[in-house]
Write a protein that binds this ligand. Structure first.
Ligand code: GEK
Ligand code: PPY
Length: 246
């Protein structure tokens, strides 16, 4: 078990922008579990998607892998030979801990953990790509380019899992789901101060899109099919399919 997240429990004089530094990496499993409704369900279900989509001799990409939770779920569920998982994150603190997590369990499928920027990665021979709560941290202008790159690197019949925090076009629904997320964090032991300090640090670095905006971008990238397969409050996950047969 990881340490409890108390990073924002005391008042912070000048709140800078959010970064994935050592302190965040140290408490990350606790933080994400207590902050993202449905996170552990999504991680398990990514394993089920891997079982269905991963083809022999192909690659899986986990973009913005943090400590490798999605990678571990995929690796546990690959039944095919000759596959490789490439897990990428640009936070040195995350990458270092991710390597340790991956090495803690033995499994046949090799994992390459890369410290790098997902905007500049070459994607090839992919049967599954995972963007689990990562696209939201890219500049809006970079999001379409990344999705285009993913589509190009996926094999026919391949899939992208795209999990995000959403905004909503209907203001009343948006407010309700935002407030329910706030209740969820309070129920998980976060104080008002912790919630508000973290929110203001995330303000400039995590810009959310609506489900409709995500679907439009996926379609523009070339994905023939996409749908929301999971949602809890203002968090959820889409699956996008590249047409053709594997
Ligand atoms: N340009 C970038 N290049 C590489 N990594 C990046 C970039 N921008 C942000 N990141 C990385 O994206 C991750 C986002 S967390 C993903 C959780 C994980 N997927 C999980 O399934 O547990 C989600 C969250 O904290 O809400 C961080 O580790 C960043 O360093
Ligand atoms: O905590 C929040 O309010 C979030 O939006 C999710 C989150 C979870 C972990 C790191 C950054 C954002």
């Amino acid at each position: 078990m990881s340490d409890r997240d108390t990073l924002f429990s005391a008042p912070i004089a000048s709140l800078g922008d959010w970064t994935f530094d050592e302190r965040v990496a140290e408490v990350f499993p606790d933080m994400i579990q207590r902050s993202v409704p449905g996170y552990s369900n999504i991680i398990s279900m990514i394993g089920m998607l891997a079982e269905r989509f991963v083809q022999p001799g192909t690659q899986v990409y986990d973009l913005g892998c943090s400590l490798g939770a999605a990678t571990l779920s995929v690796r546990r569920n690959i039944r095919q030979d000759g596959c490789k998982i490439i897990a990428i994150d640009n936070s040195p603190a995350m990458v270092e801990r991710c390597r340790r997590h991956i090495d803690a369990w033995k499994a046949p499928t090799p994992v390459e953990v890369v410290e790098g920027d997902i905007r500049h990665v070459e994607i090839k021979n992919a049967s599954l790509v995972v963007l689990n709560f990562t696209l939201q941290f890219l500049e809006p202008d970079d999001r379409q380019l990344l999705l285009n790159n993913i589509y190009q690197g996926l094999n026919p019949g391949g899939a992208l899992v795209l999990s995000e925090k959403f905004s909503f076009e209907d203001a009343a629904v948006g407010e309700l789901l935002f407030n329910m997320h706030h209740d969820f964090k309070r129920a998980n032991g976060y104080s008002e101060l912790e919630i508000s300090q973290k929110r203001s640090m995330l303000e400039n670095v995590m810009l959310t899109d609506s489900v409709e905006a995500h679907k439009a971008r996926l379609q523009k990238a070339g994905f023939e099919h996409s749908e929301l397969w999971f949602q809890c409050f203002n968090f959820g996950s889409l699956v996008a399919l590249k047409g053709g047969t594997a």
